[in-house]
Design a protein around this ligand. Sequence first.
Ligand SMILES: C[S@@+](CC[C@H](N)C(=O)[O-])C[C@H]1O[C@@H](n2cnc3c(N)ncnc32)[C@H](O)[C@@H]1O
Length: 240
Amino acid sequence: MYLLIDEKDRKYLVKGDKDMHTNYGVITADKLCDENVGTIIESHQGHKYRLIKPNILDYMEKAKRGPQAMTPKDCAIISTFSGLSPGSKVVEAGVGSGVLSMYLANLITPATLTSYEIREDFAKIAQGNFERFGINNVEIKMKNIYEGIDEKELDLISLDVPEPWRAIEPAKAALKIGGYISSYSPSIEQNKKFCDALGDSFTHDTLETIQRDWDMEVVRPFSRMIAHTGFITIARLVKR
Ligand SMILES: C[S@@+](CC[C@H](N)C(=O)[O-])C[C@H]1O[C@@H](n2cnc3c(N)ncnc32)[C@H](O)[C@@H]1O
């Protein structure tokens, strides 16, 4: 895959196997090749595009959406505060559009991420994204996470489901001591219910991140910002 960035900084992900038709002319497939990475290529109308290799953030941005996908700021909080690293053993629910899944899978490779999901239509969207972007270390499991977690000795269970408190008992049996369970919920009531259900087996923290981007031409914040998305609780199993 290749990433094209146009004169207005708009991004396009392309496979490079066929000509690309843009509003500013055609870019022929022969220009979309490894030799041209790091150069500026032109459409037949003379419009310029920078050609680079994409990374996981580009895939997350361009993934097909079904249900609401997680933002990079929230993905980062979950991975940072659970100390994920290559080889970590992780289960998540639900897969949704597969955006958080791609982020987690990229971090823990060569390990495989197991993603529980109850809706076939969402699983299909997520699987389509994984195949399109060559993510081959996610296994989607069609199972309700409230009904049990098959995997054991997990480093992290990451929840983005409506009733996360119902996954706590299964999580206790599936996590290793010192492992984490995270829960992302749009409403603070859901989060409170989750925290109350953790009991004394976990230590926990709840946070919300607000991202304010700055316009460095005028050196002040943009008037629009990514404010509230969800509350995240990250809990650590200290005893069963
Ligand atoms: C908001 S979406 C997840 C989005 C995902 N984090 C992303 O970044 O693309 C929530 C998903 O959880 C699934 N879900 C809801 N309850 C579930 C359960 N009990 N077990 C497994 N999946 C569940 C839903 O079908 C839906 O696909």
